[in-house]
Structures are given as structure tokens and as C-alpha cells.
Design a protein around this ligand. Sequence first.
Ligand SMILES: C[S@@+](CC[C@H](N)C(=O)[O-])C[C@H]1O[C@@H](n2cnc3c(N)ncnc32)[C@H](O)[C@@H]1O
Length: 414
Amino acid sequence: MAISLEGVGSSAKSPATASGSTANTSVTTTAGTSPSPIGGEKNEQNTHKADWDMFWADESAEKHPSGPSVALSELLEDHRWLLPKGRCLVAGCGNGHDAIYLSRRGVNCVGIDFCEAAIEKAQQRQLWAETYARIIVPQGTLIVLLYPLIHRGGSPPYSVTMEECEHYLKRFFVLVRVDPNCRCIEGQEGNEIILARMNSVPKTANSASSDDYNSFWTDLWDNKNTPWDKGDVSPALRELISEKKWQLPSGRGLVPGCGCGYDAMFLASPSLHMTGADISPIAVENANKLRDEKQIPADLVEFKELDFFNFDVPDGKYQVAYDYTFFCALHPSMRAKWGKRFGEIISSGGHLIALMFPLDKLPENRDVGPPFLLSEEEYHKVLDDNFELIHIDPKCKTHSDRAGLEIITVWRRK
Ligand SMILES: C[S@@+](CC[C@H](N)C(=O)[O-])C[C@H]1O[C@@H](n2cnc3c(N)ncnc32)[C@H](O)[C@@H]1O
């Protein structure tokens, strides 16, 4: 398994000084000559880089000891998390101990310095997160050992907080593991947190029913990582039905991507039999448990482990379906298939209630998610062939942190 440690930066005196080889590890050090990859003013860059050059040149400066980070070895050796196979980058690898350690555990590792992990400016930290999102494969994992948490003044290594890290990474990565009590290098107790985040863009976003896409969701449920779950019926749906803004039909209803099933349970009645469908067996189990706790009869609402794009539709189809946080859970390339599928499964004259979320007119970051940002236009594009919009309420009630991001709509199957 190969590892290379490379210096990058205009006049980089590479701090990566490790060299040599073992039976399965070869270590090479290259002092790069390319311009710095980090944006920002050149002078700021030079000063920043000079600070780091000084740090590495200063024999008395506190540096990491001669082995890998204790928290990293604990994470892997106690099997708290399984290191995937493939390629691994250690940015800001310093003297390369962590990169060497990871390569010995079977990944193809590249360590680079000079050093995005220690950059000072918020703008650069944003770039740091974006760069990782670009270079880590979908569903690949970023391990961050946050250090130093304790503020120590204006020189490197610059302090970092969990909140900052969260702020920059959450847009691209789903938190799968965090250990604020991780084992630390002696004397650094309280100064380190280790966390692992998974790149949240599904691996094969182009194929709606692929095993990979589905396992992305089941993994989230398996890891109890369900940040979208509000624990209750969506206020807009409750308002639409309870305040009789639109008359719910009778017959059969479906909520795909139902999660814990709050909305399906709310819609169920003796005249409307509801099915909540989810790809995750854990979601279905949770929904069934909740229905039993609420003592809602099982013949009014059932929960099934189903792939929305691939299941047998009952004779007579569905008279109503409800979509909330399912459209935005799908990669934009899957949207046309979503619209077509609703056209297939809703009977003529039946209805689709679509609670649009998260609405955003800005053109940026539209292929980053889930949730993937949306506009009204995007619903029209994929529904207009088979549906006509019959109700829209841009002032609908919302969850408090989703105000301005939701519009409830009802569409009639032509
Ligand atoms: C963002 S969550 C929303 C859950 C629920 N609607 C809520 O608001 O709490 C998206 C849900 O869609 C499910 N899902 C993803 N792909 C699916 C598919 N092809 N068929 C059925 N469910 C799917 C996921 O397991 C997840 O529970």
C-alpha cells in the first residue's frame, strides 16, 4: 500500500520530512513548486505560510510526538468505525505520522502540506470544507480530529471549535460519529474531539432504485442519524386538512419516504386507508411502533418497507399521495422519474399533496444535498404533463425553522 507525502505551495519548505519504506509502505517526500491552491490575497498567503514555516523550523515549538494521533488509532483499533478501502488524503499532514499510520491499515494514502487544516480565515475554512466535499467520493468519509479547541492566540495552530466545524461541513457531510471524550495525547485532554462525517451526496444519484442510493438512507436510519425528523405532523398539512382549505378524498392514500409516519397517521381515517412507505426497515419499525403507542388501528394505516420507484401498485391505484421532504431527498437527476412515478400510481382525478421544501431561488449549490434546494418551477417541470395545480398556499404554517422555505400545494391527476 503506497503513501506519498507531498509539499505544496509556492516556496514550500515542506514540513513533510518523513521518508523511507517498510514491507508494504513506501514513503516519498516531494517539495512541490506549484502555486498555493488556497484562495485569498497573496500577501496574506505568504504571511500565513511564513508563520507555518517558522513553526516547523522552530525546534522548541510544541509538535505532535512520533506516532499517529491517539484518538485516530483508538477510533480504528477499537473497531469503533470501519476504515473503508480505497484512497485517502491527509491534508496538512505535518510530519506524516497519521498518513503513514492510515496507509499501514490498508488504504492508499496521500499526505499533503502546506496545510488547509490549520488555516486561519473563515473564508479559507469554507474552502477547506468545499475542497473535501469535492475530493471525497459520495458516501466516502472525512475524519476530523479537531485540535486545538483551547484558544491560544493568533498564531498557528489556530484554535477551532466544534460549532465552526459543524458550520462549514454540515452542508456537505452527514455526521456519523463524534467522540468529545476521545483519548488524547497526554496533556491535551479537553483540547481534542474526533468526528467522522460521510459525504452526503448519494453515490449513484443517477439511478433512482440503485442499491447504493438506498443504502445511503438505510445507513442514516441505522446510525440514528435523522436530523430532518421533526417528531410531528407538518403544520402546513395539519392546517390544510383541519381548517378545511381542501377536501381530502376517500379511498387509498400513500406517503412515500414516510420516515416515522406522523403524516400518514394524521391522514388516515375509516374512509381513507393510508400506506406509509419507506426504504428503511428501521423507519418502518419506528412508524409501526409509534402507531401502536398512539393506539391507531392497524387497518387504518400500515407501514411497509418499499422502494417508491419499484413496487406493485394496487388495483385502482391511489386516490391521494403526500410528499414532504422526499422530493428534496432525491438527487435532481431523479426528479423526472419522481414525477412520472406519481403519474403512474395516482388514479385519474386523484390528488398529490406536495409540501414544497426547501425553496430557494439562489442558483448556487443546487446539486449539493440532501436536502437538495428547490423552486416551484422544478415541481412544474416534472408534474405538468400529468397534473394540474389546483391549490397553492405560500403563507401556509411551517415548522419554526423552516419559515419561508415551504409552500403547500395540491395537484390533480389529469
Ligand atoms: C428526508 S427523509 C424524510 C422522512 C419524512 N418524510 C419526514 O419528513 O420525517 C427521506 C426519507 O425517504 C426515504 N427514502 C429514500 N429513498 C426512498 C425510496 N426510493 N423509497 C422509499 N423511501 C425512500 C428515506 O429512508 C427517508 O426516511
